[in-house]
Design a protein around this ligand. Structure first.
Ligand code: ATP
Length: 316
């Protein structure tokens, strides 16, 4: 069975009467990428700060890599690397010099420190900029240098607050690839927070969805999607020459459970992925296919359903 490496029970943080994190109970397993997802102000950063022992919970408890962040903040600092959403450096030093400084603070010196700095710079794709002063770095480069700093410590767990925020799409993709690599190839456990749902969904094994301090759902995206829709598959179809018979034709396909029509788009609910079968049938009947799409386990779909329907949010 997978080993829990982060576990919180009824973790709560109040600022006066305002509850920033409300009875959070979550488990993150060793080696997984867990996404803490939700809009701005949902309580993601506050949760991270509690896990790092940087702010005390009002009530509830947390266990991170076997330690209680309130009682053992130094152990947590040793085991957990943290990449904040804005990383600070000594701007007049080069990337490499900044790393050597951090290496020294972590007890690494001389050739060992230099070797390690070169290694992590290589890992984050910054070798070419190692000798440039950090004030010349772009935001994406700063994030990568921040990650290099984290990797110097070789932590068991890496927590990242909005790792792709403000980075161009190419840079964001590279950052996400690095996250995947660190989890899959290096066995790191990664928790990241984000409100950029479509971006991070590809790398997260499981996600927790946060709204107004409450975690309203957690699990693999696929499960969350199924819980929400109750369907296994929904296929969108649009044809150029639809007529009254089409709905009946679609309903008659074996495996189709129901068909809805929404502004010229047919939503075909099916027991399995019937795209090929549907395509064959509509061609056979002489319809012109304009659009055929299997609604995926997209976080955007989940986000829309949870957040944009005020009714649902209130119910939760
Ligand atoms: N020190 C504080 N004092 C009072 N309220 C705070 C404090 N820190 C955070 N909050 C409030 O707690 C709520 C949660 O903030 P938090 O930063 O955890 O959200 P978030 O999900 O990380 O969002 P963002 O991405 O915008 O940082 C917000 O409404 C914020 O204004």
């Amino acid at each position: 069975m997978a080993e829990a490496i982060i576990k919180t029970e009824n973790l709560t943080k109040k600022y006066g009467d305002f509850c920033a994190v409300d009875n959070l109970s979550l488990t993150v397993y060793k080696g997984e990428v867990f996404g803490l997802l939700g809009p701005n102000g949902a309580g993601k950063t506050t949760t991270i700060l509690m896990l790092l022992g940087l702010t005390e919970p009002t009530s509830g408890s947390a266990m991170v890599a076997g330690y209680d962040p309130v009682r053992n903040p130094l152990e947590i600092k040793r085991k957990v690397g943290f990449l904040p959403d804005r990383v600070g450096f000594y701007e007049d030093l080069t990337g490499r010099e900044n790393l050597l400084y951090i290496a020294e603070l972590n007890g690494l010196r001389g050739k060992t420190a230099e070797r390690k700095a070169a290694e992590v710079l290589e890992q984050v794709g910054l070798s070419h900029a190692a000798h440039k002063k950090t004030y010349t770095y772009s935001r994406g480069m700063r994030q990568r240098l921040g990650l290099a700093e984290v990797l110097l410590k070789d932590p068991e767990i890496i927590i990242m607050d909005e790792p792709t925020l403000g980075i161009d799409p190419e840079g964001a993709r590279e950052m996400l690839n690095m996250i995947s690599f660190l989890a899959r190839e290096r066995g790191k456990t990664i928790m990241l927070s984000s409100h950029l749902l479509y971006q991070v969904q590809k790398v997260c094994d499981r996600v927790g969805i946060f709204v107004k301090g409450k975690m309203i759902a957690q699990g693999p995206l696929e499960d969350l999607y199924r819980q929400l829709t109750g369907d296994k598959f929904v296929i969108e179809l649009q044809v150029g020459n639809g007529n009254d018979q089409l709905e009946g034709i679609l309903k008659n396909i074996e495996g189709v459970t129901s068909v809805e029509k929404e502004r010229g788009l047919y939503l075909i609910h099916c027991e399995r992925d019937l795209r090929q079968r549907i395509t064959e049938e509509i061609f056979k009947k002489g319809y012109h296919l304009l659009h055929l799409h299997l609604q995926g386990y997209s976080l955007d779909d989940i986000y829309r359903r949870y957040f944009q329907s005020q009714e649902v949010v209130e119910r939760w």
